[in-house]
Design a protein around this ligand. Structure first.
Ligand SMILES: [Zn+2]
Length: 450
């Protein structure tokens, strides 16, 4: 931690997010220590937290009480790592259908309610208790500390947002008190990029929190206008809300002259993983158990994409056990070299929403999102600010471009070749004549599955 957790900014941050300064300092200290615990120690701690969570859910949460009656044996036996795979997963639809039966009854205090962006349909509403809030904020603070920054310092934010006038004003006032400046937009235009540049260059915030697709647009317009973004004095770019593609990662590092901290999280459970300066995307085992499984429910080996399954280990307001969050990810086959979490594996890549992920001829998930970075880079060189690949069927991919102008014959042939290589057979790449489409919540996925 570089900032002193007694500063006014720290106290203001605690007030803004309903954190007790004393408990938050203690959680921060715990997180600072536990990042150097070895695999066995972290796993033992996780198993203890899992046992407590299952026990609590079984005793207090109607949904799990009912579920536990249908499972053979004592529910607490499932806290054993080998046995936990037999605990049934909770799908998004089941979570929506379960409604309040997933809530623990009062007296869980200090609950906050969050709603997911609704990227894939109806938004999911989840509740978090005070203990969870402390751990989520500690995980982000710990990660920013790796880069010499803190979340309670000045922060510039570039996020997709569609708010009415009243909510925008309230959000603006809250941001001023929290030392933040937010630019909420849907898809950054050149004019907005100029406005953002004027505001943020004056702010000189050490942290720029940004959604990758908006970050890309900002860098694109700045570089075409000859603006040097390194003068903002950014110490770290905090990327979240969308998949950070390798292309945007490289662009941002070069444009701002600072590292990019990739944060993987979700509204339902919170901060799931953070990338350290040595490049390992470390999970946060202190408050979440993250599994990656295949369609048959088996754990996938490193290098193989699968579905992300989450268990919140601290939340007593609405415990989620083996929740299929709807994302695809891949474990790395190499441990991180930074010395944190020795022996624990790190995530190689997050591949976005399962609904947008491509499958191969045998129906297995592929890491197309990562591969798309190369295809996009080629299109950027040709002057396209954005591109999106929509898979229609095994032999057809629709191409959406901004500007919506057909690519050259040479580039089209190059894309056909690359996509055929990737999909294992001839592919028709059809220029669709329309712009890449964002989801209702403003997220832009490089690949889509029709
Ligand atoms: Zn590391």
């Amino acid at each position: 931690m570089t900032s002193i957790p007694e500063s006014r900014a720290f106290l203001r941050y605690c007030r803004r997010y309903r954190l007790s300064p004393e408990s938050f300092r203690q959680t921060l200290r715990e997180f600072e220590d536990s990042q150097f615990h070895d695999f066995d120690k972290l796993r033992r701690r996780q198993a203890d937290l899992l046992r407590e969570t299952i026990g609590f859910a079984f005793e207090n949460v109607p949904y799990y009480r009912k579920l536990a009656r249908t499972l053979p044996g004592d529910p607490c036996e499932y806290a054993d790592a080998a046995r936990y795979q037999d605990w049934p997963v909770l799908t998004r639809q089941e979570l929506l259908d379960a409604g309040t039966s997933l809530h623990a009854p009062p007296p869980v205090r200090g609950v906050t309610i969050s709603s997911s962006s609704g990227t894939s349909g109806r938004p999911v509403v989840t509740m978090h208790d005070a203990a969870t809030r402390h751990t989520l904020h500690a995980a982000r603070a710990r990660a920013l500390g790796w880069y010499g920054a803190a979340p309670w310092g000045r922060m510039a934010m570039l996020v997709s947002q569609r708010l009415g006038h009243v909510r925008r004003t309230l959000s603006h006032v809250a941001d001023i008190f929290a030392g933040r400046r937010r630019n909420g937009t849907f898809s950054l235009t050149q004019r907005e990029a100029e406005k953002v540049t004027r505001r943020f260059s004056r702010l000189r915030a050490p942290v720029l929190l940004a959604q990758p697709s908006l970050l890309h647009r900002l860098i694109w317009f700045a570089s075409h206008a000859g603006t040097d973004l390194r003068t903002w004095g950014t110490r770290v770019v905090l990327s979240n809300s969308e998949v950070l593609t390798p292309a945007v990662d490289r662009e941002a590092t070069a444009a701002f002259g600072c590292p990019v901290l990739n944060e993987y999280g979700c509204t339902e459970v919170g901060s799931l993983a953070h990338r350290c300066p040595q490049g390992g995307l470390h999970t946060n085992p202190e408050h979440v158990l993250l599994e990656i499984i295949d369609d048959q429910g088996r754990h996938v080996p490193p290098g193989v994409p699968g579905k992300v399954v989450l268990t919140s280990l601290r939340n007593r307001a609405m415990p989620l056990l083996r929740y299929v969050v709807g994302d695809a990810a891949v474990w790395s086959d190499r441990p991180c070299t930074c010395g944190r979490q020795p022996g624990m594996r790190v995530v190689q890549s997050v591949e976005g929403r399962l609904a947008n992920a491509w499958r191969d001829g045998s129906g297995r998930l592929t890491a197309a999102m990562s591969a798309a970075a190369e295809w996009q880079a080629r299109l950027h060189e040709e002057g396209y600010i954005e591109s999106q690949f929509v898979r229609r069927d095994s032999a057809a991919v629709a191409l959406r471009l901004e500007p919506a102008v057909a690519p050259s014959a040479e580039t089209a042939a190059w894309l056909c070749e690359r996509l055929a290589e990737w999909l294992g057979g001839p592919v028709d790449v059809v220029f669709e004549g329309r712009l890449p489409q964002r989801s209702g919540s403003g997220k832009l996925s490089p690949t889509l599955q029709d």
